[in-house]
Design a protein around this ligand. Structure first.
Ligand SMILES: [Zn+2]
Length: 716
């Protein structure tokens, strides 16, 4: 809008109309006044709220944010009929901390969740869910990826927190367990239907745009040269059934829809392939749209806003009091067209500091300037240089100083990266007493140099992605070689050791896998993933007693990590301590009653002891929680086969193979049993799949048998 109009708004039109004194002019002037006047702030105590967060979604990947070739009709319709914030910033560039900010209205400086692993949202701060539930809203969350698993603490305040990801066994170092957007939306719709007529707060999280980019058809073909955009289009399509009825109802829906993402995706900008290392606008800027036709008229807001503003805005719109002491503010005045100066925004990217020992990245944005505090500091003028191509740190020393002071003020009461759960401190003390470790993670350095600056190291990040790509293409040797090269260059990165361990295990070289996880534990002794993998690989390598000794200090925690307990139960079972193993899984179940894998593991212990009755009960209970757990289907197939019910066994295994096509044990069961039943032609594809998936070192004997079967079949 031209500046002239803004001035007009401040000098009311009414006196001019009175001066002119004609009725026609009065009404015209009144009309102009009305059009320019900010709208009244509207609130609705009966408001339902739908918070949609699309993981890894760049703002500019949407049609409404300027991408002409985008296929995002649902998000664009929300934006056209709602209030679109042109510049909205997240404060973190990874999933768990960013959602913690959104749901709590707090900076990570306060709630302390700084990365996807190693942190748990604290039990006390109020969240959107806890506040709204207390005020009588029905609350439900439906998430699509492991970083938002209930174990990380964001489930508090939700009556229903659906984090059933089912599916295949994966390693977080390679592929985060996730579920498809349509399934998450389906679960959300069923719940919304079940609470029809009530005030609802629903949080729906979709994960499609996250790497790897493998969009389904028709989007794969349509976006053949831009698969990320294909995933974005697929996500939008998945949201259709959720958004269509609300959009159709319009104001009558009495629903406020918030559409945003937790962070964007770099797509190669500044040398970063995906996200998590840097905090440039490619990943820090997010879409933010608020749709509530009963409360606000369509508008585009240019004033920069922040994720921490979302909670105050939603509570304000629902006529609720906003808790004191939050860094954010209600956006209702901006939504109504009132002017408000943009406050400062805090930002950080600490994952590669915590996981890799690189320099931590902190920063702030204020009045168009963005400051990034690193060994090589960065200062950008976002208005002149939105692509952040010209670092002004050297050219504008006074601005640099001012922004440094602002960041210092923001971080004055930073709870720090050590603010993890209390009992971990106790674990740390026990570990120290055992003479085991010195620090609580990759030990922070006294001083980081330019060698530790992520700008220097970003090429290593690309290699970490290349390892994943090689692994997914089946080139294990290439992936292992690349891992080892990265370790030579930067020997203090736990992530590389976890990748190497997983690859070595897939190769069947368990001793090498154990050595690699041990290195990861040495570097980050409180990391639950490293701890549990080390113990699991020890057990798999036939050294469960060593696993038990290793886990002892961790397992004594009041609330140990679920994966650590699982590893403990497996080691106990392997040493023949069946009752102890079952007690451990019962403890895990108490910790996370919605977790289906705990029941699968308990069932496996029963099955190993030959107790088919209790085993079946446990597997069936697991499927009641999450019907997508492949291992439960596989085990029920084993029980059915053991009891001579072969058709049922085949059906179970086919279900398991559909859910987890890479599980060689299921493929073997299916192929071998079909063959024994004389159904050679049906058996063949499963046996061939088994040969592709089975680790040679672990399965040498069965691989030889299957090869012989297939050769005989081909000759006959
Ligand atoms: Zn994310």
């Amino acid at each position: 809008m031209p500046k002239r109009n803004a001035t007009t708004r401040r000098s009311p039109a009414r006196p001019i109309a009175v001066l002119l004194g004609t009725a026609a002019v009065v009404s015209l002037a009144a009309l102009a006044w009305h059009a320019l006047r900010p709208a009244a702030l509207k609130r609705d105590p009966a408001l339902s709220i739908l918070l949609v967060s699309v993981d890894t979604l760049r703002a500019d990947a949407l049609g409404s944010y300027g991408r002409a070739e985008a296929a995002t009709p649902w998000a664009d319709r929300l934006a056209a009929e709602g209030v679109r914030f042109e510049t909205a910033h997240a404060h973190n560039v990874v999933t768990l901390p960013s959602h913690a900010n959104l749901l709590s209205g707090q900076y990570p400086l306060r709630h302390g969740v700084r990365d996807n692993t190693g942190f748990r949202f604290p039990p006390d701060p109020p969240t959107l869910a806890s506040i709204l539930r207390e005020k009588g809203w029905r609350t439900g969350a439906f998430v699509s990826a492991f970083p938002l698993d209930s174990r990380f603490g964001l489930d508090r305040g939700f009556e229903v927190y659906d984090d059933r990801l089912g599916g295949a066994e994966t390693s977080a170092a390679f592929l985060v367990p996730e579920r498809r957007g349509e399934e998450t939306v389906g679960a959300a719709l069923r719940w919304i239907e079940s609470v029809r007529g009530r005030r609802v707060f629903a949080f729906v999280h979709l994960y499609e745009p996250h790497f790897p980019y493998e969009p389904p058809e028709p989007f794969a073909a349509r976006f053949a040269g831009a698969p990320y955009q294909g995933e974005v289009a697929a996500t939008d399509a998945a949201l259709g059934p959720l958004l269509a009825p609300i959009l159709e109802a319009g104001a009558a829906a009495r629903t406020l829809v918030v559409f945003t993402s937790d962070h964007g995706e770099s797509l190669g900008e500044h040398g970063e392939a995906t996200h998590g290392v840097f905090a440039y606008e490619a990943t820090l800027r997010v879409p933010l749209v608020l749709w509530a036709p009963g409360l606000f008229a369509p508008r585009v807001v240019g004033t920069p806003v922040r994720h921490v503003d979302v909670l105050p805005t939603l509570l304000d719109a629902a006529g609720l009091e906003v808790p004191a002491g939050l860094p954010g503010r209600s956006l209702l005045p901006l939504i109504a067209g009132r002017d408000a100066p943009a406050p400062e925004s805090y930002l950080e990217a600490l994952s590669s500091s915590l996981n890799r020992g690189w320099a931590p990245l902190y920063g702030a944005i204020h009045e168009g300037l963005k400051y990034v505090d690193l060994p090589r500091p960065e200062l950008y003028d976002l208005r002149e240089d939105p692509g952040e191509t010209t670092n002004l740190a050297a050219a504008r020393p006074r601005d640099l100083e001012r922004m440094r002071a602002l960041l210092a003020r923001l971080r004055a009461d930073d709870v720090g990266v050590g603010a993890r759960v209390q009992e971990e401190e106790a674990t740390l003390a026990r570990l120290r007493a055992l003479g085991y470790v010195a620090g609580g993670g990759v030990a922070p350095k006294e001083r980081y140099t330019e060698d530790d600056d992520p700008k220097t190291l970003i090429e290593i990040d690309t290699r970490v992605r290349d390892v994943v790509t090689l692994f997914r293409a089946g080139d294990y040797d290439g992936a292992i070689a690349l891992c080892q090269e990265t370790i030579r260059r930067r020997p203090d990165m736990p992530l590389s050791y976890l990748q190497l361990a997983y690859l070595e295990r897939r190769r069947g070289r368990l001793a090498a896998a154990v050595l690699a996880t041990r290195k990861a534990v040495d570097l980050r002794p409180l990391d639950a993933e490293s701890i549990s993998l080390h113990a699991v690989y020890l057990t798999e390598a036939g050294r469960p007693a060593e696993a038990l000794a290793f886990l002892e200090p961790y397992a004594r925690n009041v609330a140990p990590d679920l994966d650590v307990l699982t590893a403990l139960g497996m080691a106990q079972a392997r040493t023949g301590r069946r009752e102890e193993a079952l007690a451990t899984f019962a403890r895990a179940r108490e910790l996370d009653p919605s977790n289906a894998m705990v029941l699968v593991n308990a069932g496996t212990v029963h099955l190993m002891a030959g107790d088919r009755v209790h085993a079946r009960q446990a597997f069936e209970a697991a499927l009641d929680l999450d019907e997508g757990v492949a291992r439960a289907h596989n085990s029920l197939g084993v029980i059915a086969a053991g009891e001579g019910r072969l058709p049922e066994a085949i059906a179970r295994w086919q279900k398991a193979a559909a859910l987890d096509p890479g599980d060689y044990q299921t493929l073997f069961n299916l192929g071998a049993t079909l063959r024994r039943m004389g159904r050679e032609a049906e058996a063949r594809p499963y046996l061939e799949g088994y040969l592709r998936a089975a680790p040679v070192a672990l399965e040498a004997r069965d691989i030889a048998r299957v090869r012989a079967w297939l050769a005989r079949g081909a000759g006959s």
